[in-house]
Each structure stands twice: as C-alpha cells, then as structure tokens.
Design a protein around this ligand. Structure first.
Ligand SMILES: Cc1cc2nc3c(=O)[nH]c(=O)nc-3n(C[C@H](O)[C@H](O)[C@H](O)COP(=O)(O)OP(=O)(O)OC[C@H]3O[C@@H](n4cnc5c(N)ncnc54)[C@H](O)[C@@H]3O)c2cc1C
Length: 386
C-alpha cells in the first residue's frame, strides 16, 4: 500500500474514532453486514457485546500504526486469530469478515464521504487483515480450549474468591502466564485469569478472582460458581517470567489478585532450589487485601532467596470487614503503610533487578511511573498488557 493511501485510510479512521459513538456505529454496521451474509455466525458471539467496539478499534488502530512494519502487524493478527479459535471462528470466516468490515466502512462514511480512493485503501487493508488472520487460524492445530471442573470455591473476603479446578487433560501453561476463561453462567464472555499455581500433570489449576462491581463475569464467579461447574480454558498467553540466564536478582510487585502470576512463579522456583534473590512487595488497599501473605511468608521460610514485604495503603481493615487486621507472623517484615509504588521506589531505583509488576491497570501504571521517576530503567520493567 502506498504512503498516500495509508495516509487517507488513517485520516478516515481518525474520523471514526473521534466521532461521538463512532466506534459503536462502525461495529454495528460491521455486525449487520456480517450476520446478514451468514446469520449462523451470530451464535459464535456472546449476548452482551459492549466491549466489541473498543476491541475492534484497538485492533484496527494497531494495524494502521504498523503498516510500515507489517511483520509486527501480521504477528498480532495471527495471534488474534489463534485466540479467536476459542469462539469457534475458523479460517474461512475471515474472508466474510473482511468483506463485512469493508462494507461497514462504506456504510459508515455514506455516499457523500466515500471515494474511489477510500474504497481501494480500505479494500487493501481489509484483505491484509483477513488474509493474516486466516493464516493465524490455520497455523494452530492444537485444541482451541480445554474443559475443567470446579472442585473448590472459597470466598476469602467479601469480594474475592479462590477457585480450584481439575482440567480433563493438563493445560500446558507456564507459571506467570494468563489464560482466557469462560464460565457456564456467562457463556462466550471470555475473560483473562492468571493461574496461581504452576501447571501440573494432574490438571489442577487455581484462580484468584476479585469482583469488579459493574462487571459481567467476575461477580458471577464470586456469587454463583459452584462445585461441579464446567469451565472452558483457552490457550495461555503472556510471558511474565524470571530470566535465569541473566543472573540478575528479581523485584516482584503485586497488588490484590496480581499475586496470582507471581505466586505461580515463586512456587515453581521453590521446586528448583537455586534461584536469584527475590524481593516481593505484596500490596493492597487494606490489610485484608493481603489474603495470601501467610502462604507467601511460609514459602519464604523454606526459600532463603525470597523476602516478602507487605504494603498497605491503610493501617486497618475497612469498616465492613468483620475482623481487625491480623498481626504479621512473628519474624516477618513489618507491614509498610503507603502507596505501593511510592513505598517500593523509596528503597531506590532497583536498577540492577529484573522487575515484574502485576495487578490492576492503574496500579501497574502508578508503580511504573514511581519507579521511572527514581531512575529505574524502563527496559527492566515487565508487566502483562491490560
Ligand atoms: C493479563 C490479565 C490477567 C488478569 N488476571 C486476573 C486474575 O487473575 N484475577 C482477576 O480477578 N482478574 C484478572 N484479570 C481481570 C479480568 O480479566 C477481568 O477483566 C475482570 O475480572 C473484570 O471482568 P468482568 O466481566 O467482571 O467485568 P467487565 O464486564 O469486563 O467490565 C465491566 C466494567 O468494569 C470495568 N473494569 C474491568 N476491570 C476492572 C478493574 N479491575 N477495575 C475497575 N474497573 C474494571 C470495565 O472497563 C467495564 O467498564 C486479568 C486481566 C488481564 C488483562
């Protein structure tokens, strides 16, 4: 695609993104064309599709931003298509979807704003997208998802549950990765969760789930999940890991259920024996948010390379919590009070460390900012996309 066409479609896409309800109108036209051509495709999507405009815009924007680095865009699209196998989307569907996307841009712009040049530009882009996604879908012949049975559901605080499952066959994830999960109460509404234990040959898997009050899926996991429920778990993603080759010590920073991918790695490291030094700052708003601190403390007792430092924004539990905070175990680092990022950064730049941050999008951004401000090299900081 030449530079002129690229500039034209980028400018046209900007008008969609910036228009009030532009993404919603575009996606509604896209699904209209898609389901008109093949009505059966509607079955593949969840009943609530409120996240779809944001996802479509993010994906198209990524492609447009990387037209000059097509390998990167292609890798992204192939990964997206591999991930979409969990919905039952097949390679053959991408040709239809590409045509529907072109038709959506045409109807969104309307006859008055549509030109031969725009038609040609968007046609090139939609063909590139659909061809790359078809390649991605065909490139993975492994099963698109695994099934697992809930064998335990424990509410550790009012809005947080630990769910244990037994998968029919072991799921090949690495400690530190996350997996897309769908539950029977909210079919096809896939959400990412991070296993809190390493994969094992028995197919045991554990998730720590916090309720997002306005959410679709997490409240159902906290309030409605029962032993015996069958969950679907799709291919693992993400690459949080400790690089043993680099021989650099490790700084891990987690908040809330962000402990899950960190914990899985620490348990795995405990099995290995020889490890770099690890400092784990375990944060939460209230002492009750540090629901797993005892386990991490126990782990550190038998693993001298691990130091656990609890950090809370508040000294006491919230008024609705039934118990006052328990004292940290005798001998454990005392609980530090303050903003997690500020507390970690108050110790210095940790410039010689490999650093992992896991938690909510806001906590990751705040902590990253606090570290960068004291001179931590950006390249040392790792976190999952949020
Ligand atoms: C890589 C990765 C790993 C994750 N691992 C875990 C995990 O191990 N445990 C876990 O509990 N969650 C984890 N999550 C979050 C999880 O995937 C869901 O986003 C979360 O459970 C909310 O889903 P929902 O369906 O309840 O909310 P949705 O229906 O998806 O969202 C409803 C509304 O809430 C907003 N929202 C979504 N999440 C939050 C949030 N955290 N804080 C405030 N507002 C929010 C949305 O923007 C939307 O407006 C992870 C997310 C990512 C990206």
């Amino acid at each position: 695609m030449d530079a002129r066409s690229a500039a034209l479609v980028r400018a046209n896409f900007r008008t969609v993104v910036e228009a009030p309800h532009g993404p919603e109108r575009l996606i509604s036209a896209f699904y209209g064309h898609l389901f008109a051509e093949v009505p059966a495709l509607r079955e593949l999507f969840p009943s609530a599709m409120d996240m779809q405009p944001k996802r479509l815009v993010t994906a198209v924007q990524f492609v447009l931003d990387n037209l000059e680095d097509w390998d990167r865009a292609q890798r992204f699209l192939e990964q997206l298509a591999r991930d979409h196998r969990k919905y039952g989307v097949e390679a053959a569907h991408y040709d239809i979807a590409g045509r529907a996307l072109l038709a959506a841009f045409r109807s969104y712009n309307g006859v008055g704003n549509w030109s031969r040049q725009l038609e040609a530009g968007w046609q090139d882009i939609t063909i590139l997208i659909s061809a790359s996604m078809a390649i991605g879908a065909n490139s993975d012949t492994s099963q698109p998802y695994w099934e697992a049975t809930v064998v335990g559901h424990r509410r550790v605080v009012d809005d947080l549950a630990i769910v244990r499952l037994q998968s029919d066959t072991p799921i090949p994830y690495q400690a530190g990765q996350y997996v897309p999960v769908a539950i029977p109460q909210r079919p096809k509404m896939w959400r990412y969760l991070s296993p809190a234990i390493p994969a094992n040959q028995y197919g045991e898997i554990e998730f720590h789930v916090r309720k997002v009050r306005t959410g679709w899926v997490s409240p159902a996991i906290i309030n409605e999940t029962k032993v015996g429920d069958r969950w679907m778990i799709a291919s693992p993603l993400g690459g949080l890991h400790v690089d043993l080759q680099s021989r650099r010590d490790v700084l891990m920073i987690s908040s809330g259920t962000g402990i899950a991918p960190i914990r899985a790695q620490l348990i795995e490291m405990g099995r290995r024996g020889i490890n770099p030094r690890v400092h784990l700052f375990m944060g939460g708003r209230y002492p009750c948010d540090l629901y797993d601190v005892e386990n991490m403390w126990q782990l550190s007792q038998s693993n001298p390379w691990l130091t656990v430092i609890p950090v809370c924004e508040n000294e006491t539990n919230p008024w609705w919590h039934p118990y006052p905070p328990a004292d940290p175990p005798f001998g454990m680092h005392r609980r530090l009070i303050g903003n997690l990022g500020a507390v970690v950064a108050s110790f210095g730049a940790w410039a010689d460390r490999q650093i992992q941050i896991a938690g909510s999008a806001r906590m990751i951004a705040d902590t990253r900012r606090a570290l960068l401000a004291v001179g931590t090299p950006e390249s040392a900081i790792n976190s999952d996309p949020v």
